[in-house]
Design a protein around this ligand. Structure first.
Ligand code: NAD
Length: 441
């Protein structure tokens, strides 16, 4: 069923990011109108096409992008995604989310994102290595420790980051290049805690949000029922950490489908099964469910941790969770947000919920520049402090915005969501820096 909303749903991710941005703008008084276009659109987009030798002796041309969305608060920062359906608009939106995320969580970066149109599941390790190295060579000096710093995202990992570092380092001998990329293996400048950072940050943020009493009767995770969509870096780690923090993981899924058990799934055993078979599907002692059923699963907390636009106007009405923790980027469309708000389902937005990844990427960057190695305790303490501060600021701003709801043109009053609150904070911080730095010349 498609539920009517005031916004027209658009499944283009950049259109969604624009709708979110424009909605948040209605709560900001006195912004210089001339900078709005600058704040929403990418500063620069680089397209590269390059040939790669394939294992079967053929040659294929690949297409990659790197979007630098905004760098007024620091160098661009953001992941690299390898996906067959990747589009420029998707990458631009993901880069915009990075600009807002780095502002909300207050790390001195701007927003960037990139990727290559390819299907990693059909490529050998050697092919992925050649594609990655050639992509980095094509990007040349548009990436660098002080210009734009990639990291892992969907279907890229530590090994991809190691290839990026090595290629860039060979192109720039005689200097410390470790900080050109984050999410590297520990042995070559990676940070302890980076692999778990997105999920660990999401856990710290969720626990803090619950402490604020935003979900009646649920002050902690103890025995809460949690469903997780996507069982990769963010999702599988979230399932494990939420389980260890006292939650019951009742359903999980990946691109092939899902499994559920109301008595709880053991995330370590599910991971072992996925390691062996390539999917969570077929996990013993669990019922098989589809991804649509997972989203509608009877649970307290839903963690979308796969890809964008999963919760839309055609399924938002089916959601039973009280709280959505957006581990993925852009999992809820702007129009679906309105339905969730009407149903009193709270969503902790991606730009807060999954910002732990970029926070620990920032720690990795600092350690690389200073030739330091922090221990896990230091990383986690500092991560927690930033996540708690981001949640506190967002909740406080949300309450303040809702003290004076906005009157719409039709006379109805609009109240703010947590996403509006986080975005208002981000946009104000970025706009302030634009004006403080002054517009040159
Ligand atoms: P990943 O490649 O490790 O895992 C992705 C998972 O999603 C896989 O299990 C895959 O099977 C599943 N998936 C893909 N398409 C699906 C679909 N249509 N339905 C259900 N499951 C599907 O990627 P990741 O790094 O865990 O990233 C997941 C999400 O989290 C992305 O939106 C990413 O932008 C976001 N994110 C990741 C990080 C990070 O540090 N890894 C940081 C911030 C945000």
């Amino acid at each position: 069923m498609t539920t009517p909303t005031k916004l027209v749903e658009n499944l283009d991710l950049f259109a969604n990011a624009t709708q979110q941005f424009e909605r948040a703008l209605t709560w900001i008084d006195g912004i210089k109108i001339g900078i709005v276009e600058y704040l929403i659109n990418p500063k620069r987009t680089i397209h590269v096409r390059f040939p790669v030798n394939m294992d079967d002796g053929s040659i294929r041309t690949f297409h990659g992008f790197r979007v630098l969305h905004n760098r007024v608060r620091g160098p661009g920062k953001g992941g690299l995604r390898y996906h067959p359906d990747l589009t420029e608009g998707e990458v631009a939106a993901l880069a915009a989310f990075m600009t807002w995320k780095t502002a909300v969580v207050d790390v001195p970066f701007g927003g960037g994102k990139g990727g290559i149109v390819c299907n990693p599941k059909e490529l050998s390790r050697g092919e992925l290595r050649r594609i990655t190295r050639r992509f980095v060579a094509e990007l040349g000096d548009t990436i660098g420790p002080y210009t734009d710093i990639p990291a892992p995202d969907v279907y890229t990992d530590q090994q991809t980051m190691a290839w990026i570092y090595d290629t860039f380092d060979l192109m720039h001998p005689g200097q410390n290049n470790l900080a050109v990329v984050t999410g590297k293996p520990l042995e070559i400048g990676g940070s302890v805690g980076r692999d778990e950072a997105t999920a660990q940050g999401g856990l710290f943020a969720t626990e803090r949000l619950l402490e604020h009493g935003v979900i009646p009767g649920m002050q902690t995770l103890e025995d809460s029922r949690v469903a997780v969509q996507g069982y990769g870096n963010a999702g599988a780690t979230a399932a494990r950490l939420f389980h260890d923090a006292g939650a019951r993981i009742v359903a999980v899924s990946d691109s092939r489908g899902g499994v559920s058990n109301d008595n709880g799934l053991d995330p370590n055993q599910v991971s072992a099964h996925k390691e062996k078979t390539g999917s969570v599907v077929g996990f013993e002692g669990a019922a098989e469910i589809s991804n649509e059923e997972l989203l509608a699963y009877d649970c307290d907390i839903l963690i979308p941790a796969a890809i964008q636009c999963q919760i839309r106007t055609d399924n938002a009405d089916n959601i039973k969770a009280k709280l959505i923790i957006e581990a993925a980027n852009g999992p809820v469309t702007a129009a679906a947000d309105e339905i969730l708000q009407e149903k009193n389902i709270l969503a902790l937005p991606d730009i807060v919920a999954n910002s732990g990844g970029v926070v620990v990427s920032y720690f990795e960057w600092v350690q690389n520049l200073e030739n330091q190695q922090w221990d896990l305790d230091k990383v986690e303490r500092r991560l927690k402090k930033r996540m708690v501060r981001a949640v506190d600021n967002t909740v406080e701003r949300w309450k303040t915005l809702n003290e004076t709801p906005k009157a719409g043109a039709d006379g109805t009053k609009a109240s703010a969501t947590l996403r509006d609150a986080a975005l208002v904070t981000a946009i104000e911080r970025i706009a302030t820096v634009v004006l403080q730095r002054d517009i040159w010349p």
